[in-house]
Design a protein around this ligand. Structure first.
Ligand SMILES: NC(=O)c1ccc[n+]([C@@H]2O[C@H](COP(=O)([O-])OP(=O)(O)OC[C@H]3O[C@@H](n4cnc5c(N)ncnc54)[C@H](O)[C@@H]3O)[C@@H](O)[C@H]2O)c1
Length: 393
């Protein structure tokens, strides 16, 4: 096992995010599909889907920062979420899907509040959106923040989460035995096709990072094939088969059972480069990884398909702090940065990350990071540092 060199500088943080963005664009080209190409001077049409809870606070905060750095953007407000479901009986209106497909270059999603009990007719709109738009890769860069006391140093990895299947196919059944006991069953679907395409995303990112960081790349395959040799076995075999492709011959491949992967995330996160995981494992590991870099308020994600991106924070709707204007907007601002990079606005994305770093350095943070800024004032400060970074060039 190699130790990935410690990389916490702003430029390297940005390099990893850039690598992630380029990968998605390369995927589009490789697939021969006509992406929604935009020129830098064109006004971007971005779907804004705050949805529930703190989503309604962090999405406007991110919009403020994107506008401040001068990206020409028209925000298109779109409905989705549990609160919308409670009012209208549908969590993801068809009009939202149609507008995204027909009229948007990308989208920024906040968070949804999905109850932990069954609600007739309700299903998570973000899970549905990932499937409907075939946003098959959930790309989650996890990077140390030198100015955040709770962040361990030297972490710089990307979690590549398969986004369309596994237990998230949501095929559940409740039956009753002859003796009257209830039995609940869920289908966990793992396909060779989906495993292969997520593996290619992970290996391409590893190749790009190896090039940018000038050290060997590594992919860690996360699975539980010792207990689930058919489903996780297929995921493992398929990813291993992709690893044999000549383009990936220099990438180190290792495997980690998901349970010990969680352990390693807490004791040795610096040793990861790129992780590739089935949907649910990727989801769980991401929250653990967020904990070691300072918290959920910092970690972004990009749901990427061949020609569309829906950026969102890794965190949920945080009902415990919703409406208080204290949610950390950085994860969503960073998600907006990922989206901008995928749409070709590298310079603006870099300025935004520089603005975040400067705010962190000055301690201009929300309560979760020990500061006293509100969601809105934290975003305003990031925006002003980002504008200054742009002016410096
Ligand atoms: N993609 C999504 O929309 C998504 C993802 C995860 C959870 N959820 C939903 O969110 C709801 C709450 O779930 P949960 O509590 O397990 O996870 P959560 O991520 O919403 O919150 C976990 C903890 O982290 C804190 N936190 C999260 N984001 C923060 C931020 N930006 N700033 C400061 N603190 C922050 C919260 O206050 C809470 O204490 C559930 O209904 C769940 O279904 C949605």
């Amino acid at each position: 096992m190699i130790q990935i060199a410690s990389r916490t500088s702003t430029s390297n943080n940005l390099a990893v995010i850039t690598a992630v963005a380029r990968r998605a664009i390369a995927t589009a080209a490789a697939a021969g599909q006509q992406g929604k190409k935009t020129r830098l001077q064109d006004t971007l049409r971005i779907g804004s889907i705050p949805a529930d809870g703190i989503g309604k606070e962090v999405v406007p905060a991110a919009q403020l920062v994107v506008e401040a750095v001068g990206v020409p953007v028209k925000w298109i407000s779109l409905d989705a979420g549990f609160e919308y479901f409670q009012r209208h009986g549908v969590a993801l209106p068809q009009s939202t899907v149609d507008t995204l497909i027909n009229s948007c270059d990308g989208a920024l999603f906040g968070a949804v509040s999905s109850p932990s009990h069954r609600v007739e007719g309700y299903s998570s709109p973000i899970v549905a959106l990932r499937k409907k738009l075939d946003l098959f890769a959930n790309i989650r860069p996890v990077i140390s923040s030198p100015h955040v006391p709770r962040s361990l140093p030297g972490i710089n990895c990307v979690i590549v989460r398969e986004n369309t299947e596994c237990l998230y196919v949501k095929e559940e059944q409740l039956t009753t035995t002859a003796s009257g006991h209830k039995v609940a069953t869920a289908t966990r679907r793992i396909s060779q096709e989906a495993s292969a395409r997520i593996a290619k995303v992970a290996f391409d990112i590893a190749v790009q990072r190896a090039r940018e960081f000038k050290r060997p790349g590594k992919v860690t395959i996360v699975h539980k094939a010792n207990v689930l040799p058919i489903t996780d076995g297929l995921f493992r075999e398929t990813v291993l088969a992709v690893s044999k492709e000549s383009a990936y011959k220099d990438i180190i491949v290792e495997e980690q059972l998901v349970d010990s992967c969680v352990y390693r995330t807490f004791i040795d996160p610096q040793s990861f480069d790129v992780l590739v995981a089935p949907n649910m494992y990727g989801d769980i590991i991401s929250d653990g990884a967020a904990a070691v870099v300072g918290g959920l308020g910092l970690v972004p994600s990009a749901n990427s398909g061949n020609n569309f991106v829906v950026a969102e924070p890794v965190h949920g709707s945080a009902p415990d702090i919703a409406g208080l204007n204290i949610a950390n907007p950085i994860a969503t601002i960073r998600a907006a940065g990922l989206m901008l990079q995928q749409l070709g606005h590298d310079k603006a994305a870099r300025a935004i990350e520089a603005g975040i770093q400067e705010s962190l350095r000055r301690g201009q943070t929300t309560k979760d990071l020990g500061g006293s800024e509100s969601t809105h004032s934290a975003a305003e400060k990031i925006a002003s540092h980002a504008v200054a970074a742009l002016a410096r060039g």
